[in-house]
Design a binder for this molecule. Structure first.
Ligand SMILES: [Zn+2]
Ligand SMILES: [Zn+2]
Length: 339
């Protein structure tokens, strides 16, 4: 089978690999679609370190079970995965904080993921309920968003909201957040330099999708009488994004630095100023079992729109081009498609 392997920083290669062999309790999934995630781009670029190359990347997958060595999973089931395999018994796992488990193994990070024709879901992953089944009627095009949406739902639960919110970036994550904040009844601004992504935000019904010129930002601050209550940064948290977040948040407001950051990026805060501004600074990342369940429910109830998000499809052989496309922010979401 064809697979896109993250070999080392800067090197993604297309390889012919054997279809994984199953042991007792394992499941084999044929991958239909797998989303290209910003964290994969960051890993390839050397900005994040929670990957163990060489590894087949890809953790936002939609597929079908084609072989099962267990009685509780049937061939033909439509599935995705909770890509954080963990021990299931430690303090963190019991508190639904699997991401902090010491035995964490990330699908597409540490063990082979979905940028391949097939993926093996190991026994302990299924035993700890990390294989997620959905009804046949859910299209793969929606299903691949179950994990990213789960990350957004986790962040939504952690963030402090009041009436208005500014989302920095109208990439796939920003556009998921925008739909969630609208559903929550919040006045939703999306700040995005690229016109095609602002258009997508507008089509999804945000209150305003604005460029990041002085003039537009000034107007937004005026409309909100001094700034928004909440900022969710759904973009790379470089100095420019960090400055923008502080510029548009009101006194006492909350900033959630959800996006990844370039390696070595720091925030410097004058503590006295911070104290009197009363800002609430936080970061949310990844998902929980709760948030993936909630995400699954929203998918099944067709509560969100995913079609405007999925813009660019590539076969696995063209993974390098797909990464380039995503890195250059063409379209919104790029995905790899199985044969
Ligand atoms: Zn992801
Ligand atoms: Zn654990």
């Amino acid at each position: 089978m064809k697979a896109a392997v993250f070999e080392q920083t800067g090197k993604l290669s297309i390889q012919d690999k054997p279809i994984p062999n199953l042991a007792s309790g394992d499941v084999l999934i044929k991958v239909d679609l797998c989303g290209v995630c910003a964290s994969d781009l960051a890993a390839l670029h050397g900005d994040v370190t929670d990957y163990s190359p060489p590894v087949v990347m890809g953790h936002e997958l939609a597929g079908i079970v084609v072989d099962s060595r267990r009685s509780d999973v049937k061939v033909g089931e439509k599935v995705t995965v909770n890509p954080m395999l963990s021990c299931g018994t430690c303090e963190y796992c019991r508190a639904d904080l699997d991401k902090y488990c010491e035995e964490i193994e990330g699908i597409g990070h540490d063990i082979d993921g979905g940028y391949a024709e097939y993926i093996r879901m190991p026994k302990h992953g299924v035993d700890t309920e990390k294989l997620i089944s959905v009804p046949d009627a859910i299209p793969a095009e929606d299903l691949l968003f179950l994990e990213p949406l789960g990350c957004c739902l986790n962040a939504m639960r952690e963030t402090m909201f009041d009436k208005s919110v500014a989302i920095l970036g109208a990439g796939p994550i920003g556009l998921l957040f925008a739909q969630l904040t609208k559903k929550k009844g919040l006045q939703t601004f999306v700040l995005e330099p690229l016109v095609h992504r602002r258009d997508a935000a507008e089509k999804l019904g945000v209150d305003a999708a604005i460029d990041i010129t002085e003039k537009s930002i000034g107007e937004m601050i005026e409309t909100t009488s001094g700034g928004v209550d909440t900022v969710i940064s759904a973009t790379t948290n470089n100095m420019r994004a960090i400055d923008l977040a502080f510029k548009v948040v009101r006194r006492g407001g909350c900033i959630n630095f959800f996006g990844l950051a370039p390696a070595g990026q720091e925030i410097r805060v004058n503590l006295e100023h911070f104290h009197y501004m009363g800002h609430k600074l936080m970061a949310s990342w990844a998902f929980s079992r709760w948030s993936l369940n909630e995400s699954r429910r929203l998918l099944l109830d067709h509560e969100l729109q995913f079609t405007p998000l999925l813009t660019d499809r590539y076969p696995i052989e063209k993974a390098v081009e797909a990464f380039e496309n995503a890195r250059n922010r063409r379209g919104v979401k790029s995905v790899l498609a199985g044969p």
